[in-house]
Design a protein around this ligand. Structure first.
Ligand code: DAH
Length: 346
């Protein structure tokens, strides 16, 4: 049905014009602009309808119906075009960003923990399972803690056992983790059961078994009634856990100013099992750690009564442990950063 009226013509003309423009719109922004231009509150269709008031009453429903029909028509076309443009955009993106899923992936090199750190963590874990608490001490240490409180007074020849790197008259890079013993005893009361991992420094000529910087793990137990049997049992447990129960160890009397009696623990050579070979220098045994019963003076310096409390202590290098476990004959390989060596500990 055609409606003969100038207003109807105007509405039809708007429809034609709008449909043309919609068909030619090439972006979603264009479409939005057209929606506003034709259907908006001040849009062309709306303005055309505002002229309705001047029409005779009997024409109004027909023009109104036409206007509504045109409005729905335009809305539908806008929506269709919007969908078409969206699909088109997606298709173009998929085309340009196509991924060949059959290509081999990019291999990111994954690092591993350094074998010495692995050894250190493993030993710390073994002690943690035995109920030890892990603490740390400073790497820059007072002479007093590194030596004096460990029963090595100034000018005592025992200081020559450690090739120290002094930073000033009374301060040095700690030569061992033992000063942490004095620190923890001063700050707490027994019972104590602590393990102290950390870095130490010595002024040494580097060779197969010495470096100027190295790791140590210190242990200290203080309580009433601690005996040498507790020390032996603990270190046997450590070696059994770290090397396996088959590996032989031995206690050899030794001397440390801060323990009395003192003992070193040797482990049977990883290569010959104690039968003596080239790799153990025909000794059959290799030195693993130092240990002993805490010297009464050391307890006294910390304010503990040696008549009431006793304790044992030990200090070891994870590098020594690691070379004995893996039968490595030169400590320096750990610090050369040769990936071919390090990768074996993955
Ligand atoms: N601090 C000693 C060193 O570096 C090792 C050591 C020996 C630690 C006996 C101890 C110990 O706690 O009781 O050579």
């Amino acid at each position: 049905m055609t409606v003969e009226s100038p207003l109807a013509d105007r509405i039809e003309a708007t429809r034609t014009q709008a449909l043309d423009a919609i068909a030619q719109a090439s972006t979603l922004d264009d479409l939005e602009a057209l929606r506003i231009r034709f259907l908006g509150r001040k849009g062309e269709l709306t303005t055309a309808l505002s002229a309705m008031g001047k029409l005779p009453a009997e024409e109004r429903p027909r023009i109104g119906a036409l206007a509504n029909e045109v409005k729905r028509d335009l809305e539908r076309r806008l929506e269709e075009r919007e969908q078409a443009l969206g699909e088109e955009a997606l298709r173009r993106r998929l085309e340009t960003e196509r991924v060949d899923v059959t290509l081999p992936g990019t291999d990111w090199p994954r690092g591993i923990r350094h074998p010495l750190i692995q050894a250190l963590r493993e030993v710390v874990d073994i002690f943690r399972r035995m109920g030890y608490e892990v603490i740390e001490g400073p790497e820059v240490e007072w002479d007093e803690y590194n030596f004096t409180k460990l029963n090595i007074p100034p000018h005592h020849p025992a200081r020559d056992m450690w090739e120290s790197l002094y930073l000033s008259e009374d301060m040095l890079l700690r030569t061992h983790t033992s000063p942490a013993q004095a620190r923890i005893m001063e700050s707490r009361q027994p019972p104590l059961r602590v393990i102290v991992p950390g870095r130490c420094y010595r002024n040494e000529a580097e060779d197969a078994t010495h470096g100027i910087q190295f790791l140590q793990i210190e242990g200290l137990v203080v309580d009433r009634g601690i005996t040498l049997a507790d020390l032996k049992g603990t270190l046997h447990a450590l070696c059994a856990a770290y090397f396996g129960p088959q590996r032989k160890i031995r206690f050899r009397p030794s001397y440390f100013p801060f323990t009395e009696p003192s003992a070193e623990v040797d482990v049977a050579c990883a290569v010959c099992g104690g039968a003596r070979c080239r790799s153990c220098g025909f000794k059959g045994w290799l030195e693993l750690l130092g240990s002993g019963m805490v010297h009464p003076n050391v307890l006294r310096f910390a304010g503990y009564d040696p008549e009431v409390y006793s304790g044992f202590a030990f200090g070891m290098g994870p590098d020594r442990l690691a070379i004995q476990r893996y039968a490595i004959d030169d400590l320096r390989v750990f610090r050369e950063n040769d990936l071919r060596f390090l990768e074996q500990f993955r």
